[in-house]
Design a protein around this ligand. Structure first.
Ligand code: MTE
Ligand code: MOS
Length: 795
């Protein structure tokens, strides 16, 4: 056991306690950024002028009429920017654009005494547009060669040899849609300026240090003149990793120019139409199996839909490429990646950060090829698990691969899977119009930022004279329970009761140069830093105590009078990781988080409607820092993943009409989120036992993102159920998301004995070409699906 991972007796970590703000959340007392507006005097409100074109040049901008609207104070345009007119870090995101790049792009912003006045002012602004051709669909972008950013490849072995030596070779393609974050709290910032022009920004951001940097470069200030505070977020899910910066910069610019506090909070429609989402992906692939169904080779090209600018598309793509293997050993691999540029919102981080999209490719392949191989899908998966001594396609040894097999076995047992399978077979025999399916899928997810430099964190721990403790760390709280865990870590290291420790909001003037709270690494990184700071104080106190048994308060008082420093800054960096993005090789992850889920569904053959009857999960969180928090993360992640894979259906207008490029699903009325009615009827989650992780704080593992991918079991169960409507051995091509409509078409295909038309088998010794996205026919059902787009439904 390492120093980092070993736990003292009576540790506060591992206690089953509620989220530190749980009672504030449920009573409505918890303060979010926009709640501060009511507590601040003379606030101005910002409203965007959104372009009604997907792609257009701005040829004229007349703001005078806005000034005639009572209450309007100022209109912010590109001319007002003292520094760099860019909201990102790649130089491709003009804050005030001269070229509109997506439907709803903000051209300028109006500040007014009330939000309503700002809205009326924005409506009065006159903008002339010269419309330009717009690329909307991902296939369209591929066909047009519309790409942006690097085109990396992860490669091991020789794919052609591997395919040539395979007993069975298949080729096919798959598409998956993006996902709206739908955090309950939309983007929000409140900016204030002091007498020296220093900016204080309250922002709902996962990355306060980067918000600070972008605000500084837009305003032409140094970082030390800008302070960003994040009280907490009402959800981020990756959506606030990069995208709050521009909105914060608008608020800061407005505050600088008017001398008054400026509040910018997007309403729901604005948030949906302006901010980035999970990347949709397209993948084309060839795969080879030996006679026993063991994966031999995978050749794939993944294309993500990046939207109008790069934002985080490159690292998201890198993670997708690094997760194509999921939990499976594939000797020969070549995975190419590219990012399409389309005239849509700039797609961004979303829980899993490309990992889910990469993993969907292999899970889809296994689900579709299993019937063609004549092997049960669960057995095909199990047969291909990594074993000790093997490494990933990018060269990292897979440590503890046996945890997947263990979790798999636990789920089989606790989920009573063998008995239920027999029951399901019997049920399906007796019910021609209703079928059930049950599927198990594994998760292996790499923990750490691929970009090595981000794997550092800081903390500040103060012990006051009365023995009370205040901690600050670089991570942000978005509901995931990071602060709860940090309180537990500080209490454990200092050896004080939890009630003695308080946590202050995240601020860039307390802990500088922080990384985004992302990649699920918040607790690993900040926990390491909090522990480090606490240990320094603890060591000094031990000297004061000199072997005596003193009560904490007495010891602290004595230390103070002995002039011993009672506060410390802590720092942590993850050791033993490296990544070379130029060749896509290295050891980027400190460890892997593992899990297995079994899901049973029931599908109605008349409508495609389905229910999730039961879910059993065994998930590896190491030695949990906070079991209740982790349980919530597993349940929430699973449900969010099920939403992505089965319900949430982003639709953009791809017609040639005037609203081309408009997001058609602009509200919860047309964008179906998981709700109580979609919860699994029986939902059993347990933590993998004896799962100590030597390389992380107090033996724990990250939990934020990995459980999302347990939801593949829902998709695969739906595939099984749909297949049950057809003859034995039917391979089912299931669209993603597998909405009831998509399931209905899959059922229809299965019933008609139409086996998956998009998987082609190569002849022995003759490997099929990778099907080209452009050369290939559209999904046979895409016409029907397209027709079902709600025409201009307004919220
Ligand atoms: N849980 C809640 N309740 N709200 C969130 O916004 N974000 C997820 C996950 N769990 C999120 C959440 C994402 S995308 C990440 S990367 C992690 O939390 C970030 O927090 P952590 O690093 O502390 O796990
Ligand atoms: Mo999470 S997508 O890494 O913010």
């Amino acid at each position: 056991m390492s120093d980092l991972s070993s736990r003292p007796d009576d540790a506060a970590v591992g206690l089953t306690i509620p989220h530190e703000s749980a009672s504030l959340h449920v009573t409505g007392a918890a303060l979010y950024t926009d709640d501060l507006v009511g507590r601040t005097r003379d606030v101005l409100h910002a409203h965007p002028v959104q372009a009604p074109h997907a792609h257009a040049r701005v040829t004229g901008l007349r703001v005078d009429a806005a000034h005639d609207v009572p209450g309007v104070v100022r209109v912010l345009t590109a001319d007002d920017v003292p520094g760099v007119n860019d909201a990102g870090v790649k130089g491709d995101e003009p804050l005030f654009p001269s070229e509109v790049m997506y439907h709803g792009h903000a051209v300028c912003w109006v500040l007014a005494e009330t939000l309503e006045a700002a809205r009326l002012g924005a409506a009065a602004v006159e903008v002339d547009y010269d419309p330009l051709p717009a690329v909307i669909g991902l296939r369209e972008a591929i066909a047009a060669g519309s790409f942006q950013g690097g085109q990396p490849t992860v490669e091991r072995g020789n794919v052609e040899d591997g395919l040539a030596g395979s007993a069975r070779v298949f080729s096919g393609e798959v598409e998956m849609s993006g996902q709206e974050h739908f955090y309950l709290e939309t983007m929000a910032s409140l900016a204030q300026v002091d007498e020296a022009g220093q900016v204080f920004l309250q922002s709902s951001t996962q990355h306060p240090s980067e918000t600070q940097e972008i605000v500084a470069h837009v305003l032409g200030l140094s970082n030390h003149q800008v302070t960003v505070q994040c009280l907490r977020m009402g959800g981020g899910f990756g959506g606030k990793e990069m995208q709050p910066h521009g909105y914060a910069a608008i608020a800061a610019l407005g505050a600088t120019l008017t001398g008054r506090p400026v509040r910018l909070r997007l309403n729901r429609t604005q948030d949906l139409t302006m901010t980035g989402k999970r990347h949709g992906f397209h993948a084309q692939w060839r795969v080879g199996f030996d006679a026993d169904g063991r994966l031999q080779a995978l050749d794939a090209t993944l294309t993500s839909d990046g939207g109008w600018s790069l934002d985080l598309s490159e690292p998201v793509l890198a993670r997708a490429l690094c997760h194509v293997d999921n939990a499976y050993w594939i000797p020969h691999v070549r995975v190419n990646g590219r990012i399409a540029r389309t005239h849509k919102t700039s797609q961004t981080a979303f829980r899993g950060f490309g990992g889910p999209q990469g993993m969907l490719v292999i899970e889809d392949i296994l689900g579709r090829c299993a019937p063609l191989l004549g092997i049960d899908a669960d057995e095909l998966r199990r047969r291909n698990f990594y074993v000790d001594g093997q490494s990933t396609p990018y060269g990292q040894p897979v440590r503890h691969p046996e945890r997947v097999a263990t979790a798999w076995q636990r789920v089989l047992e606790s989920g009573d899977v063998a008995r239920r399978r027999a029951e399901i077979a019997d049920f399906n025999r007796r019910h021609p119009h209703t079928k059930r399916g049950l599927a198990l899928t594994p998760v292996k997810f790499g923990i750490s930022f691929n970009f090595t430099a981000f794997n550092q964190a800081g903390a500040l721990v103060h012990v006051y004279k009365d023995g009370s403790v205040l901690i600050n760390h670089g991570g942000t709280e978005m509901g995931q329970g990071l602060h709860t865990k940090m309180l537990q870590v500080a209490a454990t290291t200092l050896g004080v009761p939890l009630e003695r420790v308080r946590l202050a909001p995240t601020r860039t003037d307390k802990v500088p140069n922080t990384s985004a709270t992302a990649a699920s690494s918040g607790a690993d990184l900040n926990g390491g830093a909090v522990k480090h700071a606490s240990e320094q104080i603890k060591a000094r106190l031990a000297e004061v105590a000199a072997g005596r048994e003193l009560a904490w308060e007495d010891l602290v008082r004595e230390a103070y009078f002995s002039r011993v420093q009672l506060w410390a800054a802590g720092f942590y960096r993850t050791e033993g990781i490296e990544w070379d993005s130029s060749v896509m090789r290295g050891h980027p992850f400190k460890y892997f988080a593992y899990g297995v889920a079994a899901t049973e569904v029931e599908v109605d053959g008349f409508t495609g409607a389905y229910r999730t009857r039961r879910v059993d999960i065994v998930h590896d969180v190491g030695d949990s820092l906070s079991p209740l928090v982790d349980l919530g993360q597993i349940e929430g992640g699973f449900v969010q993943g099920a939403g992505w894979l089965t319900l949430e259906d982003l639709r953009w207008d791809e017609s040639d009409g005037p609203s081309r490029g408009r997001l058609a699903t602009q509200a919860a009325s047309t964008y179906k989120l998981p709700a109580f009615s979609e919860m699994p009827e029986e939902f059993n989650v347990s933590l993998l036992e004896r799962a100590h992780e030597d390389g992380a704080v107090y033996g724990s593992k990250a939990v934020g993102e990995p459980p999302l991918m347990l939801a593949f079991s829902v998709r695969e169960a739906l595939r099984q159920a749909a297949a049950a409507f057809g003859p034995a051995g039917t391979s089912v091509d299931l669209a993603s998301p597998a909405t009831p409509e998509a399931v209905y078409w899959a059922v229809e295909d299965a019933r008609a004995g139409r086996t998956d038309g998009r998987v082609l088998e190569g002849l022995p010794g003759r490997v099929p070409d990778q099907p080209g996205a452009d050369a290939h026919a559209l999904h046979p059902r895409s016409e029907q699906v397209a027709r079902s787009v709600p025409a201009e439904v307004r919220s």
